[in-house]
Write a protein of this length. Structure first.
Length: 565
């Protein structure tokens, strides 16, 4: 029997679409779009928009256009175009043949601008950007009209055509819509439509030296493509009246704009401007640094795309902005990796163990389960020998009451192996540091069970020293110490100086030799890890994706207990 697909959670956007379908608005069509600007890498906030737009189109048997809003060549680059396409595909979505660019429509946008000029609804202005801001007024004071607002139509048309021909210096003239300088909506106070910019465009080269503002291109591009539901974040709500005005004045097809709350994630920043600062000022190692909230960074860290899609579904869609705890995203990553990531053993901070009653030179193979959550994953051989490495934290010479792991005279279970008892502690004579443990094992406890029924209170992981492979392990923590750095006066003041710890050498079981870049593993008791592209044949590099600690589940339990009390 085929398992039914889960029903997507309801939200106000789905309610609007379903009502439109019921009434036959847009002829029963659902066409959405994802319109990134190619001036940076996509981040987790964009993932919410990608999942929403592509997901809605799929659920209602429509389609989603993928359109680059490439209207500002001075900040755009083909690197960003390629990275954005790679991220959308990695996240699990495809646009088939529906890849578009705002630059595809530059000629049509120009023609429409001329129409507004001819209709007396746009004019060429000579005010500087600073003067335009000054003349604009404030929320409590109306703006002032530009001295050039009432130029004759013929003069405006001539100047605009000469702007296109490259006759004027950059920044000397703009084309502005003639709307209402006293409007309570500042976006309607004669907004700029075109500016002169002598910058080569990544697609059109030097064909153009005037470029449309985003607000001028946005609604018209949606109209050209026949978008039915133009889904934007809440900061564009006040712009909707301007988009409507443009469409109404031109008398062209009118999409329906719907706004939703953008994603705010704790312990990070999602402003593209601030992310660029982090990269350019060297606070991180590029856009794909695993500490970054970019999709490229999350992919390198080992976040599975399915986990990000689940996260975007769980946070929901609403009108009110809130701060989502990073722990929920980590929970989704942990939940996904737990299903299929192979279990292996590795030791990050090794402490040598010599098993004195194990034959010298002997190596035997034990059987280890690859994933207890997946019966089809099978098992693997695990070498065992006289000399092992265990985690330094798994031994204490003078343990407190609730420490159940290895200590002098105490017995523990080695995972998949035998009971082990500490007999002697060897220390560095100069520093007093413990450097080696002399132990004995019970050969009758192979597989971790004692035939006489005795029990131990702890199981620890280990690797056989002779067969273990060295690895560089990168332990990542949150990039910021403050839960909401974007809301602080200086977000960079809260950068976490301990957001990256590099350990070398850590020691891993030999099954990881030659592990492919991007492979995922759970290092038992240590967390989930991903093989980094920096890995070489002689040096494996692992990034820790998430720890095994489930902070989100603990937060939920605390909340439940609070409600019960």
């Amino acid at each position: 029997m085929t398992k039914p697909e889960p029903t997507p959670p309801p939200n106000f956007i789905r309610a609007i679409i379903e009502e439109d379908l019921r009434t036959g608005k847009f002829g029963g069509r659902v066409i959405t779009r994802f319109p990134p600007e190619p001036n940076g890498y996509l981040h987790i906030g964009h993932a919410k928009s990608i999942c929403l737009n592509f997901g809605l189109a799929a659920d209602y048997h429509g389609y989603c256009n993928f359109r680059f809003d490439d209207t500002n060549p001075s900040k755009e680059d083909i690197e960003y175009v390629e990275s954005i396409q790679a991220d959308v595909r990695w996240l699990g979505f495809d646009w088939d043949d529906r890849l578009y660019y705002a630059s595809d429509y530059f000629e049509q946008l120009y023609a429409w601008a001329e129409k507004l000029i001819q209709d007396g609804k746009a004019y060429v202005d000579e005010l500087s950007p600073e003067e335009i801001r000054e003349y604009r007024g404030t929320l409590t004071e109306p703006g002032r009209e530009s001295p050039w607002r009432n130029r004759p139509v013929a003069e405006n048309l001539d100047l605009f055509r000469r702007m296109r021909a490259g006759e004027f210096p950059e920044g000397s003239l703009t084309l502005r819509a003639k709307i209402d300088m006293a409007s309570p909506n500042l976006n309607l106070r004669d907004p700029v439509m075109y500016r002169i910019k002598y910058a080569p465009h990544h697609r059109t080269g030097t064909t153009w030296c005037i470029y449309p503002m985003y607000d001028w291109a946005h609604g018209q591009c949606d109209s050209i493509e026949g978008i039915t539901h133009s889904i934007c974040t809440m900061e564009y709500e006040d712009h909707r009246a301007l988009y409507d005005w443009y469409l109404d004045q031109l008398g062209i097809y009118h999409p329906q704009q719907i706004e939703f709350a953008r994603l705010n994630l704790s312990h990070t920043v999602l402003s593209k401007r601030r992310l660029i600062q982090l990269v350019q000022e060297g606070h991180v190692n590029g856009w794909d640094d695993p500490r970054m909230p970019t999709l490229a960074g999350m992919r390198r860290r080992g976040y599975p795309p399915a986990a990000i899609r689940t996260f975007c579904e769980r946070i929901g869609v609403g009108k009110r902005e809130n701060l989502v705890d990073m722990a929920l995203l980590e929970f989704c990553v942990r939940e996904e990796l737990n299903k299929w990531a192979p279990r292996v053993m590795g030791v990050l901070r090794p402490l040598k163990v010599i098993i004195e009653n194990y034959p010298e030179g002997q190596v035997e193979e034990l059987e280890a389960i690859n994933n207890p959550e997946d019966p089809q994953a099978g098992s693997r051989p695990l070498p065992f020998s006289r000399e092992l490495y265990i985690e330094r934290d798994d031994f204490m010479e003078d343990p407190p009451k609730k420490f159940y792991r290895l200590a002098p005279g105490r017995e523990v279970r080695l995972r998949y192996a035998f009971f082990l008892k500490c007999e002697q502690v060897i220390k560095d004579s100069a520093t007093g540091e413990v450097v080696e443990l002399r132990c004995t094992y019970d050969p009758a406890t192979r597989g971790g069970q004692a035939p006489d029924g005795r029990q131990v209170k702890a199981t620890i992981h280990w690797v056989s020293a002779a067969q273990a492979i060295p690895a560089e392990v990168r332990l990542y923590d949150r990039l910021f110490t403050h839960h909401h750095p974007a809301a602080t006066e200086d977000f960079k003041a809260h950068l976490n100086p301990h957001s990256l710890e590099v350990i070398y050498p850590a020691w891993l079981e030999p099954s990881l030799a030659g592990a492919a870049s991007g492979s995922h593993y759970q290092l038992e008791r240590l967390g989930y890890f991903c093989v980094d592209p920096d890995s070489r044949t002689d040096r494996l590099v692992l990034n820790r994706s998430v720890t095994l600690r489930d902070a989100w589940a603990k937060l939920q339990e605390v909340e439940k207990q609070g409600k019960r009390s």
